[in-house]
Design a protein around this ligand. Structure first.
Ligand code: HEM
Length: 141
């Protein structure tokens, strides 16, 4: 290959790679800026393992129909229930693992937080993530 062609190809490679590399750097910067507010050591992987272990984290022996009146009673850090999309979960154990902090969970304790949940992350699969925390369906009687 002539030196002219070599030069031409090396220039093409460089221009092909530039935008991709610049994009990657931006991506890394953006990711590292996103502040994780979960408790130290309480990673998504650990939570997944805990759920996978099958341990019952719901605080009830069997799921039962939960009224709004009952839901409201479970509004403390030690006993925190939240309803999402018609289902009530005991999220006491999950709170320290929440990527946006336990505070955000406790702030919504004892209520139907479907609207807030959907606004923040409609794509998160709570049915799967909280399957061992399930207390029962939310009913309005
Ligand atoms: C009740 C069970 C909940 C579960 C299982 C849950 C799960 C999650 C997960 C997995 C993430 C990380 C997802 C991502 O970065 O895309 C997250 C982030 C977040 N959650 Fe929740 N969440 C719950 C409740 C709530 C509630 C009630 C709120 C109230 C507004 C909320 C607000 C947020 C916010 C603001 C973020 C950060 C989103 C971001 O960084 O883009 N979450 N949550």
């Amino acid at each position: 290959m002539s030196s002219f062609l070599k030069l031409l190809f090396s220039k093409q490679e460089a221009t092909k790679e530039e935008p991709a590399r610049a994009g990657e750097e931006k991506q890394i910067k953006r990711k590292s800026k996103k502040k994780q507010k979960n408790d130290p050591g309480c990673t998504q992987e650990k939570w997944d393992a805990l759920v996978e272990s099958g341990e019952n984290l719901s605080g009830v022996a069997e799921p039962f129909k939960v009224s709004m009146e009952e839901l409201k009673k479970h509004n403390t850090k030690d006993d925190c229930w939240i309803a999402v999309r018609g289902k009530v979960y005991n999220v006491t154990a999950y709170a320290p693992y929440h990527p946006d902090g336990a505070k955000k969970i406790f702030k919504h304790s004892g209520i139907d937080a479907t609207k807030q949940y959907m606004k923040a992350h409609a794509d998160v699969n709570e049915e799967e993530m909280l399957r061992t925390c399930y207390v029962g369906p939310l009913v309005d009687h």
